[in-house]
Design a protein around this ligand. Structure first.
Ligand code: NAP
Length: 214
């Protein structure tokens, strides 16, 4: 599929590279330097090119929103009309110094995003793992036991697109339900970040849920 990357930083740069390696057509957009977007596209080892957010979004089957919460209005304005598009968002609604969620309990970043783009199909995914683990998960993709990745959304066709991308990275997609479940997954992402960045084992951390009994 054609995937537009809106925000080519730690998450967007790595996920875009993996999507390209997995066979998707990727457009990297939204970084402070055009040279960086060109380098990401060159290094992606697949069908990838640099572009503007508008170019990344308009021909895409899915866009990955991977910007700081404070940049979402700017990048969405630049992307243009996203009616009908699948927006896979890994963005967390963090304050400026990334210490607190600025939306929680009664709403979530994903739901606020959906209010801003009412005709798009918003899926919250990829925000519960640190960027540092992504290439490792991709490289371990053929192993029998994959890490899980929770995702949620209100549109089933959009969720199917997100699940395909999640599988392509090497995760086992864990459907957590409707978009309002992002009220739980977003704080959970902070727990994973705490373990990744403050825990003993380092940031290459993923998780998996196991069921026992019948
Ligand atoms: N990093 C993680 O492990 C992680 C994990 C889970 C969720 N998240 C969430 O995912 C989202 C993205 O995080 P990230 O760590 O990938 O962020 P990041 O590395 O800072 O990437 C953000 C991208 O936005 C670009 N950008 C920022 N200001 C800009 C401007 N004024 N004009 C044009 N481009 C601009 C940056 O450009 P430059 O490339 O030039 O800096 C960068 O490419 C955030 O909402 C975060 O909370 C991150």
């Amino acid at each position: 599929m054609r995937v537009g990357i809106l925000g080519s930083g730690l998450m967007g740069g790595k996920l875009g590279a993996i999507f390209a390696r997995a066979g998707h057509e990727v457009v990297f957009s939204y970084a402070r330097s055009k040279k960086k977007l060109e380098r990401l596209a060159r290094d992606a080892k697949g069908k990838a090119r640099p572009g503007t957010p508008h170019e990344a979004a308009q021909k895409a089957d899915a866009v990955l929103l991977a910007v700081h919460w404070a940049r979402k209005d700017d990048v969405l304005n630049q992307a243009g009309d996203l009616s009908g598009k699948v927006i896979v968002s890994c963005s967390l609604p963090m304050n400026a110094d990334n210490t607190e969620l600025v939306v929680a309990h009664t709403s979530s970043g994903a739901e606020e995003l959906a209010k801003m783009t009412p005709k798009a199909r918003v899926v919250s995914a990829f925000n519960t793992v640190p960027s540092e683990v992504l290439f490792g998960v991709y490289e371990a993709k053929r192993k029998a036991s994959r890490p899980g990745l929770v995702y949620c959304g209100d549109d089933n066709s959009g969720k199917a697109v997100a699940a395909e991308l999640i599988r392509d990275v090497g995760f086992d997609p864990v459907d957590a339900g409707p978009l309002r479940i992002a009220r739980y997954t977003e704080p959970f992402a902070l727990l994973v970040a705490q373990l990744a960045y403050e825990g003993k084992g380092g940031p290459e951390l993923a998780y998996r849920f196991d069921r026992f009994g019948k």
